[in-house]
Design a protein around this ligand. Structure first.
Ligand code: ATP
Length: 203
C-alpha cells in the first residue's frame, strides 16, 4: 500500500503521530503503536522523537541522533511505522502543536491522530496552545489505569492498553551493567552497548 499517493475516491490516509523522548524506544512504545493502529485503523504511525525533553527529572536524554537511530532499528521490520526527525529541523522549543501543524500542511488530506499516554492527557493544559493541536488532530489516549476524562472541544479516543515497560528502568538497569533487557529489541540493545549509552559517568 502506498501511504503517500492519495487519489480522488480513496479514503483519506489515517496517520498516527506518536511523540516522545524514546530514550530508548522500548517494547511498550511498539505495543501502544500497534494497538493504536489496529483499533483506529491507522495506515501509518510516525514516531516523532523530541529534540529536547523539558520534563526529564534525571538529566539530559541521549543525543537526538542516537534516539533516532534506535527508533529506525526498532521499526525496520514494521512497514506501517516510520521514525520522523521533523523536530530536529524545527525551531526550539519543539511544541507539539507546531509539529502537528507542519505535518497537517504537508499532507492536508490526511486524518491525523496524536497518540499519548494518559499522564500527558491529564497534563495537556500545561502544554503550549493545546487547542491549536486539537485543531489539526484527534487524540488517542492510552489509559495507564485510570480512564481518560473527556475534554470539551477535543476529539479523543481512549485506548485501553498498557505495557509494563519503562525507559527509566531500562536506563537504570544498563547503568548497573546490564547488556540487554527483556523490554528492548535486541538490535536496540546491541546499539546501546556498542555506543556505550546510559552508562554511569563513573563507569
Ligand atoms: P521515561 O521512563 O524516560 O519517562 P517513557 O517511555 O515513559 O520513558 P516517552 O519515551 O516520552 O517516555 O514515551 C512516549 C509516550 O509513550 C508517552 O506518552 C508515554 O506516556 C507513553 N508510554 C511509555 N511507556 C508506556 C507504557 N509502558 N505503557 C503505556 N504508555 C507508555
Amino acid at each position: 500500500m502506498n501511504h503517500h499517493a492519495h487519489q480522488a475516491g480513496q479514503a483519506p490516509p489515517r496517520i498516527g503521530l506518536f511523540g516522545g523522548t524514546f530514550d530508548p524506544v522500548h517494547l511498550g512504545h511498539l505495543h501502544i503503536a500497534r494497538m493504536a493502529r489496529e483499533t483506529m485503523q491507522l495506515d501509518q504511525v510516525r514516531f516523532i522523537p523530541c529534540r529536547v525533553s523539558p520534563h526529564k527529572p534525571d538529566g539530559k536524554p541521549a543525543a537526538f541522533a542516537h534516539r533516532m537511530k534506535m527508533l529506525e532499528l526498532a521499526l525496520a521490520n514494521l512497514p506501517w511505522a516510520v521514525a520522523d526527525d521533523i523536530e530536529s529541523h524545527m525551531d526550539e522549543p519543539s511544541y507539539s502543536w507546531r509539529t502537528a501543524d507542519v505535518l497537517h500542511r504537508s499532507m492536508p488530506e490526511a486524518s491525523l491522530f496524536w497518540i499519548m499516554g494518559g499522564d500527558q492527557w491529564t497534563a495537556l493544559h500545561r502544554w503550549a496552545e493545546p487547542e491549536r493541536l486539537a485543531a489539526c488532530v484527534e487524540f488517542i489516549v492510552v489509559a495507564r489505569g485510570v480512564p481518560p476524562e473527556p475534554r470539551a472541544g477535543f476529539a479523543m479516543h481512549p485506548l485501553d492498553c498498557t505495557h509494563p515497560a519503562s525507559a527509566t528502568e531500562i536506563r537504570r538497569a544498563i547503568a548497573e551493567g546490564a547488556q540487554d533487557h527483556p523490554w528492548l529489541d535486541p538490535v536496540v540493545a546491541a546499539y546501546i552497548v556498542s555506543h556505550a549509552l546510559y552508562r554511569r559517568e563513573d563507569g
